[in-house]
Write a protein that binds this ligand. Structure first.
Ligand code: ATP
Ligand code: MG
Length: 446
C-alpha cells in the first residue's frame, strides 16, 4: 500500500518542510510549523483551452468593470470609488473589532439594489438576524446561509448567482476534498482560491473575512494576501469606540487609504471628520503634546502625539511606546542625545499616539522627538504647531511623502506653525522648513 506522506507547513509564511522543526527557517517564527496532508491540485493547469498571448493593445477588457457603492462614502473613497465587480477583498481584524457588523451593514446597503449572499461559518443564521435587527440591516434581497462546507457554499453561489458575496470567515470553512482541519494552511489556501476563482468567473464582488493571529498578521500564509485583489485591515483599541479601516493592498485603487468609524449600539457609524475626532480632547497649555498630520494614502488625519519624560526610580530607565515601534523610539532617543543635547539616561520616557492608532510611517519621528523635548524642558508646544519628517541618524530631518496634503489638513484646523523637512521645497505662509533636529528644538523653545 502506498504510504501517505505528510508535509510540515509554516502557518505564518506557508513554507514546506519534510520534518518538524521548532523554528521556520524561511520567516524566522517559532512554533508555527504544523503537520498536514499535502494537496495535489487536480484542475489548476489548463493546457487545452487555446489561450494564447496577445498584444497589449488588444487586451482591452470585454468585461465591463462597474463599481458598486457600499453607500458608506468614506469606505467607497478608501476603496477607490466603491467595490469593483468581481473584486475579491480580504478583510482582517482582531476578534470582536466589528468585522461582521461592518460587512452586514455593507451587505444590507448593497441588497437595496442587488442580490447579496452572506455566508457565515461562525454564527447561526439567527445570530446574524439578531445583529441585523439591532443595526437595522434586514432586507429581503439579503440571503443568509450558515454553512462551513466549501462544496455546499459553492453550490449555493452557483444556484443563487449573487452580485455580492460575504464569507465570514475563511478560517471556519473547510473543503471535504482535503483531510486537514478547517483553518489549517491548506484549507485556508484552498477555500480562498476556490472562492476567488468563482468570484472572477461569475463577476461577483466578494469580501472574505480573515481572522488574525496573536501577532496581528492574517492567520494563514501570506499566500492568502497574494490571491486576493485587495487587503484591508480593521483596527482599533478595546475600550475606544473608534475603528480604522486601512487598505493595505489594492489592485483597483491606491493603497494606504483609510476610513474611520465609531462603534455605536446601532452598528458602525462613519466618522466624517477624523481629524477633529482624534484631536478633540487635546490638553491645553500642557507640555509633551504635539499634532502630527498622519497619512499613508491621499487622506491625511491629524493625530496627537504625547510624550512623558520623568525622573526614573529604576536602575535602567523605562522606555514605553504605544502606537509606534519601540525600536523607532530608541533611535529617536539616541539622535536626541547625540544631536540635540537632550540627556535622558536618568529619565523614563513614555510615548503615546492618542486614540490608539498604530503609526508605522517614519514621518512621525519629528513629532515624537518634539513631544519628548517639550516634556523634557517642561515647555508646552505652541498650540498652533504641527510637525512631520523622518529623523536621520545624523539628526537631519528628511523629506517624506504627501507633504502638501499634510500641510493642507493642518491648515484646515488653523495650525500655522507647521515644521516640515527642509528639502520639501514648499515655501508658503505658516510653514517652517527645518534642516536638523537642533533647529526644530530651537524653534520649540523660543
Ligand atoms: N448590543 C450591542 N450594543 C452595542 N455594541 C455591541 C452590541 N453587541 C455587540 N456590540 C459590539 O460589536 C462588537 C462585535 O462585533 P462583531 O461581531 O462584528 O465583531 P467581529 O470582528 O466580527 O468579531 P469575531 O472575530 O468574533 O467574529 C463587540 O465587540 C461590541 O463592541
Ligand atoms: Mg464576526
Amino acid at each position: 500500500m502506498k504510504k501517505v506522506k505528510t508535509v510540515f507547513v509554516c502557518t505564518e509564511c506557508g513554507a514546506n518542510y519534510p520534518s518538524w522543526t521548532g523554528r521556520c527557517i524561511s520567516c524566522g517564527q517559532w512554533n508555527t510549523i504544523v503537520e498536514e496532508k499535502p494537496v495535489y491540485s487536480k484542475t489548476r493547469t489548463n493546457i487545452t483551452t487555446g489561450n494564447r498571448p496577445k498584444p497589449i493593445t488588444s487586451a482591452k477588457e470585454e468585461k465591463h468593470y462597474e463599481r458598486i457603492s457600499t453607500e458608506i462614502p468614506s469606505l467607497d473613497e478608501a476603496l477607490g470609488g466603491g467595490i469593483v465587480t468581481g473584486q475579491v477583498i480580504l478583510l482582517s481584524g482582531e476578534p470582536g473589532i466589528g468585522k461582521s457588523t461592518l460587512l452586514l451593514q455593507v451587505a444590507s446597503n448593497i441588497a437595496r439594489n442587488r442580490k447579496v449572499l452572506y455566508v457565515t461559518g461562525e454564527e447561526s443564521a439567527h445570530q446574524v438576524y439578531i445583529r441585523g435587527e439591532r443595526i437595522g440591516a434586514l432586507n429581503d434581497n439579503l440571503l443568509i446561509m450558515s454553512e462551513t462546507n466549501l462544496e455546499t457554499i459553492v453550490n449555493a453561489i452557483e444556484d443563487e448567482n449573487p452580485d455580492f458575496l460575504v464569507l465570514d470567515s475563511v478560517q471556519t470553512v473547510y473543503s471535504s476534498e482535503l483531510e486537514s482541519a478547517a483553518g489549517s494552511v491548506s484549507q485556508v489556501r484552498e477555500v480562498s482560491a476556490k472562492i476567488t476563482e468563482i468570484a472572477k468567473r461569475k463577476n461577483i464582488s466578494t469580501i472574505i473575512i480573515g481572522q488574525v493571529t496573536k501577532e496581528g498578521s492574517i492567520a494563514g500564509p501570506k499566500v492568502l494576501e497574494h490571491i486576493v485583489d485587495t487587503v484591508a485591515h480593521f483596527e482599533g483599541e478595546r475600550g475606544h469606540s473608534y475603528r480604522v479601516l486601512k487598505i493595505i493592498k489594492n489592485r483597483f485603487g491606491a493603497a494606504g487609504e483609510i476610513a474611520v468609524f465609531s462603534m455605536k449600539d446601532r452598528g458602525l457609524e462613519e466618522v466624517k471628520d477624523p481629524s477633529s475626532f482624534f484631536i478633540s480632547e487635546r490638553p491645553e497649555g500642557k507640555p509633551g503634546s504635539i499634532i502630527f498630520p498622519f497619512t499613508e494614502g491621499s487622506k491625511p488625519v491629524l493625530v496627537e502625539v504625547q510624550a512623558l519624560v520623568s525622573k526614573t526610580v529604576y536602575a535602567v530607565p523605562q522606555r514605553r511606546a504605544q502606537g509606534i515601534d519601540i525600536n523607532r523610539l530608541s533611535i529617536i532617543l539616541a539622535v536626541l542625545e547625540k544631536e540635540g543635547n537632550i540627556f535622558l539616561k536618568d529619565r523614563d520616557v513614555f510615548v503615546n499616539i492618542v486614540g490608539g492608532m498604530f503609526i508605522k510611517e517614519p514621518a512621525v519621528d519629528l513629532a515624537v522627538a518634539l513631544a519628548i523635548v517639550s516634556s523634557f524642558y517642561n515647555t508646552p508646544v505652541d498650540s498652533q504647531m504641527a510637525a512631520f519628517g523622518e529623523l536621520g541618524l545624523a539628526g537631519e530631518v528628511r523629506s517624506v511623502h504627501y507633504t502638501e496634503q499634510r500641510i493642507k489638513e493642518a491648515k484646515k484646523f488653523g495650525l500655522n506653525k507647521i515644521l516640515i523637512p527642509y528639502n520639501s521645497e514648499v515655501l508658503e505662509e505658516g510653514v517652517i522648513p527645518v534642516r536638523y533636529i537642533k533647529d526644530a528644538i530651537d524653534i520649540l523653545r523660543r
